[in-house]
Design a protein around this ligand. Structure first.
Ligand SMILES: C[S@@+](CC[C@H](N)C(=O)[O-])C[C@H]1O[C@@H](n2cnc3c(N)ncnc32)[C@H](O)[C@@H]1O
Length: 379
């Protein structure tokens, strides 16, 4: 009899509650990636025995009962909202709380386990911008990756092992040593960094292959980030910018008034499409607030630097009304469809003929929709 991934998982939680950590043994693949706690951001490679041994050692696994509250399925991933509470007699267990586990199941075994405090973060990892970032890294295989706005490292953790990663953030929160050790972080605002540092030195003289702008959520900051990154690019580089397909007028104001806030970064797209017609600028409508993909870069272009003041005074007052009228067109919207997205990308920077395509990050398949288990997938 074959079991669905959902049945396997629910059975494993049930056995875990009866017998403890060792009940997960049959579920775990011999080698997997796992995020030990919600506080961490890295997906550390580990053997099944190593994972079980850590689970036995940690009160947050050993001393709790885990009750699945909700299960969502998206391709090879299952999102399980879990209510955790101390087992009888627990001494060091955390207080009752909810966590969201994201399991990647391949051939009936778990090859990856992610843990999130917020269900929304788990969703971005499965169907949102973090998943898209992961696919971009897996496809492009950049040798160098520059991230402006690192925070806890959830996005930087999507880079493949071996990538030279530079992070720029005045207040990074890289709690997880496994991710902190892979990112060379410069604790400056991006303006200060570029004013006083030579990025090419940090990249050992190589150009940027891939960059991600996710710092301060205002148009002119994102524009300067773009302007400061482009000279370090090659014509084949890709610059990504977060927050370029805003949800609503309320979440797109220059002053933050909402919990979800993407500011007016979207004006970067409107501006570049008009001022830099030599670039290819598109925005993937990926949750929560879109990801711009900018290619056709010209490291010698002076069009923005020379007209910076005039450009900022022209585009900063642009009202959200322009999006109410023609959002898809003004922002060059593209579906979050992997086939369509690959048409926008250059060739991979490194070939895959070295046999390294057994990385679990490679095995990501198309995810346009997700569903609760038992429900039909939307068309
Ligand atoms: C939305 S968070 C980044 C999230 C991260 N990229 C991810 O996806 O997990 C924004 C980050 O930008 C940083 N930031 C704010 N102003 C900045 C600036 N002027 N230059 C660079 N980073 C900045 C903040 O400290 C914060 O960590």
């Amino acid at each position: 009899m074959s079991f669905s991934a959902r049945e396997l998982l629910l059975g494993a939680y049930e056995a875990f509650n009866r017998k403890g950590v060792d009940a997960f043994e049959a579920l775990l693949a011999p080698e997997l990636r796992w995020q030990e706690r919600a506080r961490s951001a890295a997906f550390n490679p580990a053997t099944r025995e190593e994972v079980l041994s850590r689970m036995r050692a940690l009160p947050s696994w050993r001393e709790v009962l885990m009750e699945p509250q909700d299960v969502l399925e998206a391709d090879d991933r299952l999102i399980v909202v879990v209510r955790e509470r101390p087992r009888a007699g627990a001494r060091n267990a955390p207080e009752e709380r909810t966590r969201t586990h994201v399991w990647t199941i391949k051939d009936g075994q778990a090859v990856r386990l992610e843990i999130y405090r917020k269900r929304s973060d788990a969703m971005w990892s499965v169907v949102g911008y973090l998943r898209l970032l992961e696919r971009l890294h897996a496809y492009l295989r950049p040798r160098t990756y520059v991230e402006i706005g690192v925070s806890k490292g959830h996005s930087a953790a999507r880079a493949l092992p071996g990538t030279k990663i530079i992070g720029i953030d005045p207040a990074p929160r890289l709690f997880d040593p496994a991710i902190a050790s892979t990112v060379e972080v410069f604790r400056y605002t991006s303006d200060d960094y570029f004013a006083n540092n030579d990025l090419s030195k940090a990249l050992d003289g190589r150009p940027i292959d891939l960059a991600f702008i996710d710092g301060y959520h205002m148009f002119e900051y994102a524009l300067r980030d773009f302007m400061n990154l482009e000279p370090y690019c090659s014509e084949q580089s890709v610059i990504l910018a977060h927050d370029c397909y805003p949800i609503s007028r309320e979440t797109s104001t220059r002053e933050r008034t909402t919990a979800v806030w993407s500011g007016d970064v979207w004006k970067l797209v409107v501006c570049l499409r008009e001022v830099r017609k030599d670039l290819d600028v598109h925005v993937v409508d990926v949750r929560p607030t879109g990801l711009a993909i900018i290619t056709g870069l010209d490291p010698n272009s002076t069009m923005i630097t020379s007209g910076y003041d005039e450009i900022v005074s022209r585009y900063t007052p642009t009202d959200y009304d322009v999006l109410e009228e023609s959002k898809e067109e003004r922002l060059a919207r593209v579906d979050n469809d992997w086939e369509a997205i690959t048409q926008l990308l250059p060739e991979p920077y490194q070939d895959t003929s070295d046999g390294s395509d057994d990385d679990p990050m490679e095995s990501v398949s198309s995810t346009k929709s997700y569903r609760r288990t038992g429900e039909p997938a939307s068309p």
